[in-house]
Design a protein around this ligand. Sequence first.
Ligand SMILES: [Zn+2]
Length: 427
Amino acid sequence: MFRLKIIYFLVVYTLRGTFQRREALERFQQRKWHRFRKKVLSNSPFYHQLAQQEADLTDFPLMNKAAFMANFDQINTLGIQREEAMQVALQAEMERDFSPELKGATVGLSTGTSGTRGLFLVSARERAQWTAMVLRRVVPIQFFKRQKVAFFLRANSNLYSSVQSASLEFRFFDIFQPIEKLLQELADFQPHILAAQPSILSAIAEAQLAGSINIQAHLLISFAEVLNDTDKQFIQKVFPVPFREVYQCTEGFLAVTCAHGTLHLNEDIAIFEKKYLDESRFIPIITDFTRSTQPIVRYELNDVLVEKKEPCPCGSCFTALERIEGREDDILVFPGVNGELIKVFPDLICRVIARSTEGFRAYRLRQLGALELQLELESEDFQVVSATVSAALHVFLQEKGVNNLSIACKKGIERGTGEKLRRVERK
Ligand SMILES: [Zn+2]
């Protein structure tokens, strides 16, 4: 049955084709929205009344992670209580057995780097849809011949391992395992397709460069963390093969790169309202038509996206992104001379650091009151490299009006196992 569902959705998505015209896409989204409101939202106690009144999307309340969790019991359409779901999820994490279901839904814990822990529910139908969507978008048709895929994840939720059911051979690698063990298993598996977060891809590329493993992947897929240019260049130098980026979080499969390397929002599965921060940066507010167990309606994400101004040569009318800038929480904030707040986007910081020197392998800049710069080097002199990067940051931030800046430099990057690595973060 599950296989049939995947095939069904693959056919649906293939027939749908690509949208060349924005008006056609918007009409399609409206039809999907009406259907979603009627079929799904009317079954959610939280949304029932508005759905009955056939309210417009903009009349529905804005949602965020905290409100989503606070109203968990009312929002889901299966009458699942937050307490019981949390118990199932915690037990699954502890025993590393992700098969238990609750009323036909898999329960997962989101990796949230801040504050409240997220809980998400996914049904078999939604899993099939997700699988078909990823296959259709990320894995090119010619790869449908038996392909070995290595997938690195924080936890094996059923959501992800289900891709096994298709004609791909899937191997799941738990990123909580020691990296040496993972690399050995990876070398034994010899994947055709390698899917992992950028920090893991970097570690694999380092091992390949050092000669401790030798794999011949012909497609790389990066997801879960923001991929920055320094990492991308390094990974591509070691593996000069096609590279697809998936922008995915527990709230949905949000964007993927096209053949031209441009990230496009998946506007055929969700409506993206844009809360603009300036003329090109925005925070997406998503309404996902594919989620029926735990409806995602006007859900404000924490990420800052940067819109691309020129149309993409691929011809798709889905919003093209210049890049994903990172979490809104990670915008650095400094006091100005007149008591105003000076905000600096993480991406600008990344570019200043990348331009300043090539003397480091990786870095992390944290604002915990003061700035702390962590650098990972190969053989270069730490004093020299850290002084160069600090000086570049001083000049850049001074131009922005930041005075009395102090930067503490540390050798090596602190990272917890399985932790998402953010290059620039504010605590
Ligand atoms: Zn494109």
